[in-house]
Design a protein around this ligand. Structure first.
Ligand code: CMC
Length: 430
């Protein structure tokens, strides 16, 4: 009986043997799906700190060791040697492509870089100063309307087509969020360019000037996109899966993921980090901000620090920190904010509060500095994150759709409201 855990209800003496499932890596998982039927009890796990919401073969992370792998490939190797588009293939198909498969994949994605012309008008319904994440969520949800009845989510070919549409169209959608805000005309995709160059051309080119993205910037963005492509069952991915479990249109599911990612405890942290570094202004003010972060009566938290799963360095932060050094060096930029960030990291990592709680810099701590060096405004940082994460979201959606345990997600609750009481007409209420 080594592979079961017995749950005993001490009130009644009733017991349940729960199978213990062992994944390929990671801690064992207690299968409690018969708990309610057998013992009439739910589990309580706010924030899902001890809950595996699904089985997945896409991404593995070990928070204690600071390990992240896509389909078994360490993130460090992918960051060093792969490209974002190849990583998308890996997430979707589970294996690295051959040269021929990669060429076909790239061509397949390029066939889906356009969006319906009418969609461009959708942007103009937003105020000029609307947050681009709000626009992006709205536009992606609107795309559901173009492919609604036509998408059979139970057809493997159509799911693959959806993945190509999502990955192909996201740069186009994201670039328009940016250009609408700054009043530049929209640019059509140019499929003679690489995925990243195309995105940069649609985002930064001006009708009046020739534009060629710098290779350093292209590589930096490619790297950031690789690092952001997937991250297991985080809040936005879980949102996508929960929406998908209701057999919702996949674009609408991704729009739900975008809404969740926007929050500053999640993907919105990259924008919040830059705001925080601007507020700190000078290394001499760092301690004041650290004291605020430690003060339980102050809601301020050190943005870009801490993670639900990583209790060690976030491996993505290590890679980005190095890339930040290289990028700023190559671009000849002297960024005082980078100096503040490094000093803040140094002081925080020597501070008992952060040591005790195992709070390390996360992916968002340095990514904003790279975006900033590339002249991308801070409101766009989370949009870039969403662009890259869409690959992971769609891969997770595809995986869910063929999961043998697929059923609508329906958590229960611990009810703490009023007991039954009778309605009193308003005329009789005091
Ligand atoms: N600054 C100060 N204290 C912190 C921080 C922080 N950034 N993060 C956690 N703590 C403290 C927290 O107050 C708590 O202290 P105590 O035990 O005394 O009550 C302890 O550390 C544990 O924190 P928690 O809130 O239970 O941790 P969590 O797993 O629920 O939250 C988090 C994780 C990422 C939301 C949180 O660390 C945070 O708010 N960080 C800042 C925002 C951020 O950088 N988010 C990006 C996350 S990575 C990218 C992504 O997900 O998209």
């Amino acid at each position: 009986m080594s592979d079961t855990v017995t749950i005993i209800d001490n009130r009644t003496g009733k017991q349940l043997n729960c199978p213990v499932l062992q994944g390929v890596m990671g801690p064992p998982v207690i299968d409690i799906k018969h708990l309610y039927k057998e013992l009439g009890m739910f589990t309580y796990d706010p924030g899902y700190g001890s809950t595996s919401s699904c089985k997945s073969a896409i991404t593995y992370l070990d928070g204690e060791q600071g390990v992240l792998m896509y389909r078994g490939y360490p993130i460090e190797q992918l960051a060093e040697q792969s490209t974002f588009l190849e990583v998308c293939y890996l997430l979707i198909y589970g294996e690295l492509p051959s040269r021929l498969q990669m060429d076909e994949w790239e061509t397949g994605i390029k066939m889906h870089t356009m969006t319906h012309e009418h969609l461009s008008r959708f942007y103009t319904g937003y105020r000029y100063d609307a947050h681009p994440m709000s626009i992006m969520g709205g536009v992606v949800n609107a795309i559901a309307s173009y492919y609604h009845d036509a998408t059979d989510i139970y057809d493997a070919g159509q799911r693959l087509m959806t993945a190509k549409r999502v990955i192909g169209k996201m740069p186009n959608i994201a670039s328009k969020c940016y250009r609408y805000a700054i009043g530049l005309p929209f640019v059509y995709p140019d499929n003679s360019l690489s995925y990243i160059e195309n995105f940069m051309n649609m985002t930064f080119s001006k009708p009046s000037e020739k534009y060629k993205p710098s290779p350093v910037a292209v590589r930096a963005l490619d790297l950031l996109f690789i690092l952001h492509a997937d991250h297991e069952q985080n809040a936005s991915t879980s949102t996508v899966r929960l929406a998908a479990s209701a057999e919702t249109n996949p674009f609408a599911c991704i729009a739900a993921g975008i809404a969740t990612l926007w929050g500053k405890a999640h993907g919105g942290a990259n924008e919040a980090v830059i705001k925080m570094l601007e507020e700190i202004e000078h290394p001499r003010n760092i301690r004041k901000f650290l004291d605020r972060a430690k003060d339980k009566d102050d809601s301020f938290r050190l943005m870009g620090f801490g993670h639900r799963v990583y209790k060690n360095y976030d491996p993505r932060a290590t890679i980005i920190r190095k890339a930040c050094h290289e990028l700023l060096g190559e671009m000849g930029l002297n960024q005082p904010m980078f100096e503040i960030a490094m000093e803040l990291e140094r002081i925080a990592l020597e501070d008992g509060y952060f040591i005790e709680r195992k709070l390390y810099p996360n992916v968002d701590f340095y990514s904003g500095l790279i975006y900033q060096a590339l002249n991308i405004p801070s409101e766009m940082f989370t949009v870039m994150f969403a662009l890259a994460r869409s690959a992971g979201w769609v891969a997770q959606w595809m995986e869910l759709m063929v999961d043998s345990d697929f059923r609508i997600g329906r958590p229960r609750q611990l009810y703490i409201g009023k007991e039954k009481r009778d309605y009193i007409p308003i005329s009789q209420r005091s």
